[in-house]
Every structure is written in structure tokens, then in C-alpha cells.
Design a protein around this ligand. Structure first.
Ligand SMILES: [Zn+2]
Length: 156
């Protein structure tokens, strides 16, 4: 992908699930989605973990987040093959979409998810770098990497 692509803010459902691309839901659950992403282990982001694990074939999180979830919820989670550790800056392809988790400075293991769909459109969300202390809603993408935030929105 060339420079100049931007990632727009994600859709958020009435139940607070964040929808990225056609298949991905972040930190929530949606019946019409197929892939869950857990951005980090703070309680307000893992409330739908059980439903995601039970319903989705792919639940992605970073390796440290996976380890902490196993510590919190027990070793049964370690045996769940659909809780998939995806290292930072590594792209996971699901059908025609590409999902990449980028590091943030929020807490250990926290990530921001970027989804690039079949048309090259990008959607992102996540917890934001503390240094900005703002919600970044749009990014410039170069070689499939976030290179700079384009638009920032101050959190209330
Ligand atoms: Zn948090």
C-alpha cells in the first residue's frame, strides 16, 4: 500500500462494540461479526470475552494480553485455540481483510487494531498512545504501517 491512505474512525454499535471492516469487532460482541479483537485487559474491554471465545473462530490479542487473560480467567483459556496471540506489527489475514495490532503506551500488552479491507480501505480504533492523551481517529498508512495520526479528537 502506498502513502496517502488514511484510516477512518470505526463504527460503534449501541452496545459499545467497535466494528472494523466487514468481519472484526473490537472489545465487544456483535452477532454479525466473525473475528474478535481484545485490545487490552482493562475490565471495560473484556466484558464480552466469554461470548467472543464461544462464538468466534478467531479472537485476536497480543501475546502479553493473552497471558494475562489466562492468569485472570484460568488455564482453560490456554487450551482455547481460537484465542490467538498476534504479535505487534504482524498482519493476520482473515478472508479478504488484513488485521494488524499496533503497540500503544496504555498498559502492558495494549494494542490498537487496524483493519484493511478488500478495497484497501482502513479502519482503526483502540486505546491511544498516552503521549497524545487524545483519541486518534484517522491515520496515514504507509507500507501497511501507521505512520502518523491525521486527525485527533480530545476525549471528554
Ligand atoms: Zn484501559
Amino acid at each position: 500500500m502506498d502513502a496517502g491512505y488514511t484510516a477512518d474512525v470505526a463504527k460503534i454499535t449501541s452496545r459499545g462494540a467497535i466494528l472494523l471492516g466487514k468481519y472484526v469487532v473490537c472489545d465487544g460482541f456483535d452477532d454479525n461479526r466473525e473475528v474478535g479483537v481484545i485490545t487490552h485487559i482493562h475490565k471495560d474491554h473484556i466484558g464480552y470475552l466469554d461470548r467472543c471465545i464461544s462464538n468466534y473462530y478467531h479472537v485476536l490479542c497480543t501475546p502479553p494480553t493473552r497471558e494475562m487473560l489466562i492468569c485472570l480467567y484460568g488455564e482453560w483459556l490456554e487450551r482455547r485455540r481460537n484465542l490467538i496471540p498476534l504479535p505487534f506489527n504482524t498482519t493476520y489475514t482473515y478472508k479478504e481483510e488484513q488485521i494488524t495490532l499496533y503497540p500503544t503506551e496504555h498498559i502492558l500488552g495494549s494494542c490498537q487494531a487496524l483493519v484493511i479491507d478488500e478495497f484497501g480501505n482502513s479502519k482503526t480504533e483502540g486505546i491511544l498512545p498516552v503521549k497524545y492523551n487524545k483519541t486518534i481517529v484517522k491515520y496515514k498508512i504507509k507500507n501497511n504501517k501507521i505512520v502518523e495520526p491525521m486527525v485527533r479528537m480530545v476525549l471528554g
